[in-house]
Design a protein around this ligand. Sequence first.
Ligand code: AMP
Ligand code: MG
Length: 354
Amino acid sequence: MNTMIVKIQSEGDSFSPQEEMALRQAGEIIKNGGLVAFPTETVYGLGGDGLNRESSRKIYAAKGRPPDNPLIIHICRLEDIYPIVGDFPEAARKAAEAFWPGPLTMVLPKSGKVPFETTGGLDTVAVRFPSHPVARKLIGFSGGYVAAPSANLSGKPSPTAAKYVIEDLEGRIDMILDGGEDEIGLESTILDMTVTPPQILRPGFITKEMLEGVLGEIGTDITIINPESSQAPKAPGMKYRHYAPKGELTIVEGSPEQVVDYVNRSAAEDRAAGEKTGVIAASDFLGGYCADVVKCVGSREEEEGIARKLYAILREFDDEGVTRIYSEGFDSQGLGQAIMNRLLKAAGHNVVRL
Ligand code: AMP
Ligand code: MG
């Protein structure tokens, strides 16, 4: 399949006539059952018609995604939620008012309009109203309901720029809209609104603290905090080893001196054994590390910067052929919870605590 790649790089909501035309064309592709990758404020999405079971099947096939890992339906107007949910409770309304458009996905009972192919066989549907102007315009031209998981091959880190989508999906989908680099860099927060209190199934940019400020008590799926839990994760996607670089990743936690010392000793052993070594570190102790490639995620004070850079760094290690990666751990409060959640999944929960 020939994949069309179109740059849409206007700032804000105003598009050039050419861009407007490309967005219309992309919408037609989705309406006709095709697939288009597009930028959002979190990561790039791979979009198809969420109400068309064949489109959803195509999304799973293009990504190599297990069919029980449901998709998120993206809307571009709040009122469009009513036809696809069985119920839109007061708490969900409040959360929508506070955080939509934006990086929050809510899980609600699904209506008969949503095929089980889109929800991975579940009776619930995940809905998001993104803020990115390209995403909103595209959804409008596509019929209003765009099912989209992240636009990566299953198991790879989510793409934060079009070049990573091209790397993974060129030749497998109809079109890629290149809207530059995504702002947030981590997937949306997923909040289950079918339980009381509402429960976080996947941490993200909208933190527990922010949700509590609007909704009161919020629960967290035990499998996010305790990976050794024998309970099955409620967000089916969480059970897969996701976000993984090709190299083996180990998270090292302890005092800064202990971490630097441990990483340097381990990296030296790895190098002696013929491995190419890499380190992910915050700016604070960067100079102390000795490895083939040392990557800085930025300052610990700026978690938003860390979130934005993390997936690109994991992919760069792949490109550079790094086979053993060590990462510092990060604070697990606020946005740090989402960062650590993704890092732990990338590492297959391989953590050394000194
Ligand atoms: P992705 O953004 O590519 O990780 O894919 C969407 C995520 O949303 C997956 O991790 C799914 O498990 C999760 N998800 C989608 N629909 C539901 C649902 N109905 N209930 C729980 N989680 C869901
Ligand atoms: Mg994904």
